[in-house]
Ligand binder design. Structure first.
Ligand code: PHE
Length: 342
């Protein structure tokens, strides 16, 4: 067959082959067949070299045309197939099946949430109501009604965030809830509150300007320190899952209780002193006491008839102890690496 005919034949065959191509792999195979170093077009070029010069011009032009056409069609087909592949990938992504993951990512409850739930269950089982307080309070509920009048030095112990509205502040403790409850309820009252409190303090591993407290209060006839101690002990034993947790009471001063005391627990982490209990074997857990008659009066409850106890646990400290968290800033961060552990 003369070369001219072969060129025309090749052109037809290439068109046929290309129209049958459906994938990029098939296209590559076709490229090798026609445009490859040993491909049909290379062979035809070798044949061309054998022709006489005058024939060469004419047939050479034809072959050149074919080469250009083949390259152009090949490029177009390649672009077409690539676009189709991209569209298909996008389509698949659109129908991405989130349930198809074998190993699902699971969230977990924040350590605070876990402990609060435990504490709430515990107090509900003892017949307490769980109340919610307000984080923005005024001077009366945070201080005055709690027997901390203006100019009382105890105000200095609470580095207060005052708001721009005079007399309003971010509560420095959960004790204001005591007064709200006395005003709204009639004895017998038994309540527990978990909530945030704020102190204007520098932040370090054990201090933050926000932390959490658990307030408890019981008011009825003949309430004594014995009631206070037994319910506080019960709560701490359940929380730390240690029936042999030991307790220590120390006299302490809080203007809103009389007598006032601090409750310490034996360090749950060591027997003879560690860095957490600062080598003392004891950890401070709560401030507590019998409600001062003046506080009962501020809440319109007759101290001649009723008495009550109150305690304020450092909930943040308890959570840190329970889980062995050494830096309060981690507890208050949203670091997933930290939170994943719970
Ligand atoms: N409100 C006190 C504090 O934040 C704790 C406390 C509560 C003490 C109830 C006695 C009774 O320090």
């Amino acid at each position: 067959m003369d070369l001219k005919k072969q060129i025309i034949e090749t052109r037809n065959l290439f068109h046929q082959a290309l129209s049958a191509v459906g994938t990029l792999e098939q296209l590559e195979a076709t490229r090798v067949t026609y445009l490859g170093r040993q491909g049909t077009l290379a062979l035809l070029t070798d044949e061309l070299k054998k022709l006489a010069p005058e024939e060469k011009r004419e047939v050479g032009a034809l072959l050149n045309e074919l080469k250009q056409e083949v390259q152009k069609l090949f490029d177009a087909k390649k672009a077409e197939l690539e676009t189709a592949a991209q569209r298909e990938a996008a389509e698949q992504l659109k129908n991405f099946d989130v349930t198809a993951y074998k190993q699902r990512l699971q969230g977990s409850l924040h350590p605070y949430t876990q402990v609060i739930k435990q504490i709430e269950d515990l107090f509900i089982s003892m017949g307490f109501v769980i109340l919610d307080g307000k984080e923005v309070e005024n001077d009366f509920y945070n201080f005055t009604a709690l027997n901390i009048p203006e100019d009382h030095p105890a105000r200095d112990m609470h580095d207060t965030f005052w708001l721009q509205t005079p007399g309003w502040l971010l509560r420095t403790h959960t004790s204001p809830v005591q007064i709200h409850a006395m005003q709204q309820r009639k004895p017998p009252i038994a309540l527990a509150v978990n909530g945030r409190v704020y102190r204007h303090e520098a932040t370090d591993a054990t201090h933050d300007f926000m932390f959490m407290q658990t307030e408890g209060m019981v008011i009825d006839k003949n309430i004594s320190l014995a009631h206070l101690i037994s319910s506080a002990q019960h709560m701490l034993r359940v929380l730390f899952e240690k029936a042999d947790l030991k307790f220590r009471m120390r006299p302490a001063y809080y203007p809103f209780v009389e007598p006032g005391l601090d409750i310490d627990i034996s360090c749950p982490f060591c027997k003879s002193g560690c860095s957490i209990c600062k080598k003392t074997g004891w950890i401070e857990a709560a401030g507590a006491g019998l409600i001062h008659p003046r506080v009962l009066q501020a809440g319109s409850i007759d101290p001649a008839v009723y008495s009550g106890y109150a305690f304020g646990f450092g909930l943040t400290r308890l959570v840190m102890f329970k889980y062995g968290i050494h830096d309060i800033r981690l507890l208050h961060s949203s670091s997933l690496d930290f939170l994943k552990q719970f």
